[in-house]
Design a protein around this ligand. Structure first.
Ligand code: F6R
Length: 605
């Protein structure tokens, strides 16, 4: 979602601001802007569209050493020059960029209108700068004006403020929207996500909820909401700048698809000793495992599909009840959970607003909470009882790929650990662990099918719809395959349990309809195959993904997965669906890394 950068230092701020915003482009945006400060005035440029449009309107004399920048993803008000950030107060002395949503903006706006303030945009964010102006006029101390403003804001915010009153200073505040700080020989800076800074430093300080910071050329102070100095907690980011670049691939998505063998290898590193699962973070919980009656798996989008997979495994391995629900539903469904419930939250970014809210609810109800997260030090990672990190590295493409497969793998390991803690012996665990360790090679082999998936994707050239089907552990793969295709190629795609087809959806199957069928689970594959035949009989073109053994002579397009335990087949199968979606989008000339209307990290409800 929106990107923020801020810089104050000994050299011009603009290069940092623009390179940072371009590193955050993957989060999705529709307009961009910057403010540069000198002692007398603020100079602000903003445009609808891409950063390249902004660069076109920037005039000369751009060497000011303090500034803030923003890329906006519209929530309140259409994408336009007027609604783009930064927003200024009357008199153009204070400038603000904001990510998040000010939920009480209408009430605040009314109050400020009554005070004689004028508004120029349709955004919720503009109330922040007007409120700051209001408090600053009452008492011209920016730190206090910011604290008073933040106390009035309901909802979420990550914001940066700069002003002519302190032309080398940036004020930063955060609540439920990510913000990280950094410092180097060049200056002091902030951004809404770490990739914006990796060229400048790898030591990053995530600002915590409620905290604010004051950035000067060579100082960085952090405060709690009440103004007390806060402890500074630095995190070393192990990723290099390369990891956030395309490295010869034509898109981040393709690069990330190909990074999966390495990402899975890293995620699995050191997780087993013999058949014992090594997850010290879970051991340290010292929980009363016998008291856990049921487990909930909660997430959004792709991560939710990983949860469906994990809940299937959990029931199979532990024999205990598991529930799975999108976070956006969980938070409002008054779930029957309590101290006897384990809640597992899954998130690539660790900042998804719905997942975070669901986590807070689970904690308030006394549940034991575990997170499976990719981004180090993110909000979800910090607020659970235990966190396990997937080692996917930075995922830049909006459409999730390596984050998904590493989630499948790490959730699998976690479920095995839970079975161990419940004192349950999982049948065939030695073979399973052997195959988990082989998974990176299996994915490598699966990637060799790229030309076949490219050819299959051509079938979608003139199609408006596609269907993905599967049963049991193949069902989340069907859901994820359909989501991927929709997201990046804009082909309408639906996923169904294969057995459900004849209860309605089969009415949609006609000559040449494309069906991607997953039949990788031996105990149910034969049933899935007969469901597929029902679609073939109605003219569908079926691409069948199955194992090495299944007899499938009657199907024209059969893609066989390398030999591996059935419960792990959804991992290579997902890779095939990613390639299918990628080539379908390429065929249609879509902007693969930045699909329309989508944002990488959904930090608003
Ligand atoms: C789809 C995709 C989204 C995310 C969802 C949750 O490709 O990336 O569906 O999975 O927005 O995001 P995280 O995992 O960051 O909580």
């Amino acid at each position: 979602m929106c990107g923020i950068t801020g810089f104050t230092g000994k050299q011009p701020a603009l290069p940092f601001l623009l390179q940072g915003l371009s590193k955050l482009e993957y989060r999705g945006y529709d307009s961009a802007g910057v403010t540069l400060v000198n002692s007398k005035k603020l100079r602000t440029w903003k445009t609808k569209g891409r950063l390249s449009e902004l660069e076109k309107v920037l005039s000369d004399d751009l060497d000011q050493s303090c500034g803030i920048g923003h890329t906006r993803w519209a929530t309140h008000g259409v994408p336009s020059n007027m609604n783009a950030h930064p927003h200024m107060n009357r008199g153009n002395t204070i400038s603000v960029v904001h990510n998040g949503i000010v939920e009480n903006y209408a009430a605040l706006k009314k109050e400020l209108l009554d005070e004689g303030y004028e508004f120029h945009s349709d955004t919720d964010s503009e109330v922040i700068v007007q409120l700051l102006d209001y408090y600053y006029r009452k008492k011209p101390v920016m730190k206090e004006a910011l604290m008073r403003t933040c106390r009035r804001l309901e909802g979420s915010y990550a914001l940066c403020v700069t002003s002519v009153y302190e032309p080398n200073t940036i004020y930063v505040a955060k609540k439920e929207s990510p913000m990280v700080l950094g410092q180097s020989a060049e200056g002091t800076f902030c951004a809404s996500d770490a990739p914006a800074m990796l060229e400048y430093t790898k030591e990053i300080m995530p600002l915590q909820d409620g905290q604010f910071a004051i950035l000067n050329k060579d100082s960085l102070e952090v405060f709690e909401a009440d103004g007390r100095p806060a402890e500074k907690k630095w995190i070393h980011f192990p990723y290099d700048v390369q990891a956030a670049q395309k490295g010869g691939y034509d898109s981040f998505m393709l690069k990330e698809i190909h990074e999966q063998p390495g990402a899975i290898r890293e995620t699995l590193r050191g997780r087993f000793r013999g058949t014992k699962v090594i997850l010290p973070q879970i051991d340290k919980l010292n929980a009363d495992w016998d008291s856990i009656r049921e487990t909930w798996f909660i997430a959004c989008g792709t991560a939710y599909h990983a949860c469906i997979y994990a809940s299937g495994l959990y029931q199979r391995y532990t024999g205990k009840p598991a529930f799975v629900m999108p976070a956006s539903e969980f938070r409002y469904c008054d779930p029957a959970v309590g101290p006897h419930t384990l809640c597992i939250f899954v998130s690539q970014s660790g900042e998804t607003a719905d997942t975070l809210a669901a986590l807070k609810l689970a904690r308030a109800k006394g549940c034991l909470t575990i997170a499976v997260v990719n981004v180090l030090g993110s909000s979800i990672a910090r607020q659970t009882d235990a966190v396990l990190y997937t080692a996917a590295g930075p995922e830049i493409a909006v459409a999730s790929t390596k984050a998904y497969t590493t989630q499948l793998v790490l959730l699998h390991v976690l479920v095995l650990k839970l079975a161990e803690l419940f004192g349950i012996k999982v049948k065939g665990i030695s073979a399973l662990i052997r195959d988990l360790k082989r998974l990176p090679d299996v994915i490598e082999e699966t990637l060799q099918k790229e030309p076949v998936m490219k050819k299959c994707a051509k079938m979608l050239k003139d199609q408006r719809d596609a269907y993905f089907i599967g049963r049991q552990l193949d069902y989340p793969t069907a859901l994820e395959g359909a989501l991927k295709l929709k997201e990046i190629s804009y082909v309408h795609a639906d996923a169904y349990y294969a057995g459900e087809l004849k209860h309605g959806p089969i009415a949609l199957i006609e000559k040449n309809t494309v069906v991607l069928a997953m039949a990788t689970q031996p105990e149910i594959a034969a049933k899935t195959i007969s469901n597929i035949k029902e679609t073939v009989a109605r003219g569908a073109r079926v691409i069948l993904v199955t194992d090495e053994e299944m007899s499938a002579e009657e199907f024209k397009y059969v893609i066989r997965l390398p030999e591996i335990c059935p419960s792990l087949r959804p991992v290579p199968a997902a890779v095939l669906t990613q390639l299918f979606a990628y080539y379908a989008a390429k065929e249609k000339g879509c902007d693969i890394d930045k699909p329309r209307n989508l944002a990488k990290s959904v930090t608003v409800e």
